[in-house]
Design a protein around this ligand. Structure first.
Ligand code: AMP
Length: 634
């Protein structure tokens, strides 16, 4: 193999030893309206400022910049197999739509620094709205469409948006999922009330309109057809967006990202990690509500001058060849997805994939959850392309660990996402001593500051929580990923699951506390524990153990089933179906420590047929037996 291992390692070392020069060079990949005066300001750790004094724009770099060279080339390919629609927007057309949307927002009083909440399905208008915010310096906060009214209300109260963009409905597997009614309910629940709600009417579900507040997108767009909204240039460290993610408390954390650092980090990653070239097509199968969607459906590919696919629909409808037909039709060169989706596709007839000409595809990138060897080898074999695992988080905005194929063709290793990527001073440390672990010794994956460009700057409105949550967990100051891991003797990392009470269902991160809180709102629930249990397709699924106020309510299997359905409905309504447990079991005690702390890990171990650990810390060991019995008798 023609691969220079020393050069690969030297590239990484330089990014760590001399981040100023390294990142100043990478920053030349984007356009600056005003050059930065200082590459890195780490005077107040752990707060990190990149490209201080520089002025730039995510919108300009993602859209306007390409008009001179590729105005008539595809930029956004919006496909919905739910509504049978397909539309390709060139860079010139995308530019026009973003200008219209920006003008619409301005006409509704949105200006620089204002928050705009986007609660939308995977429609082109969602992309226009994100880019329009970036154009006028507004801060977007996209909330995943699978979240229901209570989750949405918490985010509305935290972000206090002046404007919310939404749609009448989304659709999943041809089932209409109303958005507007959930949004209306959320606005009632929230203390903060947005001034306006801009509604895309897809004609999928009836919706009620609140006079004066709700505005129709199509009608307002008509008034701004010729809009030319100047780019608002932002200081590199101005916030570009807030993206909420789950933590150990019920209150989601609003990850805040900057402008310049993010633009540089993504543009660099498109070249060095994803090896995408301008004029090619990138297909990321995630959703705009997740960080992967922000970085690799919207901003990353467009910053690189690539066309990007925005796909609404399932991977198996109309049949399991749909993604491959998109790859063939649009000559996708780089595709990004999650292991769960590949496991779903593996169950489908292989001919559905084989009937397509997939010769354009050069690599498949998988992230969001551990990639098992069987899945990786299967898809790599049938596509005949390299499969590249990449490990990262909402907080970092781009991969932490992978193999940067654009730097060098370093071999991948089965079960490992790879090596720390340039810019990340990643280590495995002992969670008690804070010392670095020896090779193959399990510890916590940490990153020493300063975090590279593109990573979170703080939590929205709560610098203190940012510091105490991420940076104060060990005897040394370091960013905790909250993931267990090991590093082998050659430096390859292996990710072994979360250290906290966060679970990962089909690549989506959920806090068990959030699910427990919604279950607790059921009138008959006294106590509840939710744990993530191994699942062959989704990686993990949520399972709930409930103590009822009146145990007699679940006395018979029929009554227990009825109650289980009721509890699931409560979760659907408050949190969204994404948080719905796969099973609800009824018990009369839950394992706790003597100080009353729920031992979720012991419950999880029993569910997965493992040893529940040190029984001496459990107040009432018979509670463990109850869990076993519930699992057997259900
Ligand atoms: P999220 O912030 O929703 O993207 O979730 C981030 C979490 O997903 C990480 O902290 C890991 O627990 C998990 N994760 C993401 N990518 C990978 C990967 N490639 N391998 C193993 N776990 C991953």
């Amino acid at each position: 193999m023609n691969f220079d291992a020393a050069a690969y390692d030297a590239f990484y070392r330089r990014s760590i030893d001399d981040p100023h020069t390294f990142w100043a060079e990478q920053a030349q990949r984007i356009e600056w309206n005003k050059p930065f005066t200082r590459t890195l300001d780490y005077d107040h750790p752990p707060f990190t400022k990149w490209f201080v004094g520089g002025e730039t724009s995510l919108c300009y770099n993602a859209v306007d910049r390409h008009l001179a060279t590729r105005a008539d080339q595809p930029a956004l390919i919006a496909i919905s197999t739910e509504t049978d629609s397909e539309k390709v927007y060139t860079f010139a057309q995308l530019h026009a739509e973003v200008n219209r949307c920006a003008a619409m927002m301005q006409s509704l009083g949105v200006s620089q620094g204002d928050r705009v909440l986007i609660y939308m399905p995977m429609v082109a208008e969602a992309a226009f709205a994100m880019l329009a915010c970036a154009r006028i310096g507004a801060i977007h906060s996209v909330v995943f469409g699978g979240f229901a009214s209570n989750s949405l209300a918490t985010r509305i109260d935290d972000a206090t948006p002046v404007l919310i963009l939404s749609a009448d409905a989304g659709s999943r597997g041809c089932h209409v999922m109303p958005y507007k009614s959930l949004l209306d309910e959320a606005i009632v629940l929230a203390e903060h009330k947005p001034t306006h709600v801009l509604m895309v009417n897809r004609g999928l579900a009836p919706m009620q309109t609140v006079a004066g507040r709700d505005i129709d997108y199509a009608t307002l767009r008509e008034k701004h057809m010729d809009a030319a909204v100047p780019v608002v240039w932002l200081e590199s460290n101005a916030p570009s967006y807030i993206l909420y993610t789950s933590g150990t408390t019920g209150k989601p954390k609003g990850v805040v990202r900057d402008v310049g650092g993010y633009a540089v980090a993504l543009t660099t990653s498109m070249d060095l990690i994803f090896c995408g070239k301008a004029g090619e097509t990138f297909f990321c199968t995630s959703d705009i509500g997740w960080v992967v969607g922000h970085s690799y459906i919207i901003y990353g590919p467009l910053l690189a001058g690539m066309a990007t696919v925005l796909y609404e629909g399932l991977p198996i409808r109309p049949d399991a060849s749909i993604w491959w037909s998109i790859v063939e039709k649009y000559k996708v060169t780089r595709m990004s997805s999650a292991p769960t989706a590949i496991r779903v596709l593996k169950k489908q007839p292989l001919e559905l994939l084989k009937k397509h000409d997939l010769s354009s595809l050069k690599a498949l990138y998988l992230a969001g959850e551990p990639l098992d060897q069987t899945t990786s080898e299967w898809i790599s074999g049938v596509l005949n392309v390299p499969v590249i695992d990449n490990y990262w988080q909402t907080e970092t905005g781009w991969p932490i660990i992978s193999i940067a194929k654009g730097v060098g063709d370093k071999p991948t290793r089965s079960g490992s996402p790879g090596l720390p990527l340039y810019g990340y001073k990643t280590k495995i440390i002992n969670e008690i001593s804070g010392e670095e672990c020896a090779a193959n010794e399990k510890g916590v994956v940490i990153i020493e500051g300063p975090l590279p460009p593109g990573c979170l700057q703080t939590l929205y409105g709560d610098d203190q929580r940012f510091v105490s949550t991420y940076w104060r967990n060990f005897k040394r100051e370091a960013y905790s990923t909250f993931d267990w891991g090991i590093r082998d003797a050659d430096g390859y990392y292996f990710i072994l699951g979360r250290t906290d009470d966060v679970i990962n269902v089909a690549g989506h991160r959920l806090g068990t506390r959030e699910i427990e809180e919604s279950i607790s709102s059921h009138g008959n629930v006294s106590e509840v524990a939710v744990v993530g249990v191994e699942n062959p397709i989704k990686g993990q699924c949520a399972v709930a153990f409930v103590i009822l106020k009146n145990a007699a309510l679940a006395a018979s299997p029929e009554e227990a089933k009825k109650l289980e359905a009721e509890i699931m409905k409560v979760v659907d309504k408050r949190l969204g179906s994404i948080g719905r447990p796969s099973h609800v079991y009824f018990v009369s005690a839950l394992p706790k420590t003597r100080s009353g702390k729920l031992l979720r890990r012991s419950i999880q171990a029993i569910c997965e047929g493992r040893d529940p650990g040190d029984l001496s810390v459990i107040e009432d060991p018979s509670a463990l037996q109850q869990i076993r019995t519930a699992l057997i008798t259900a």
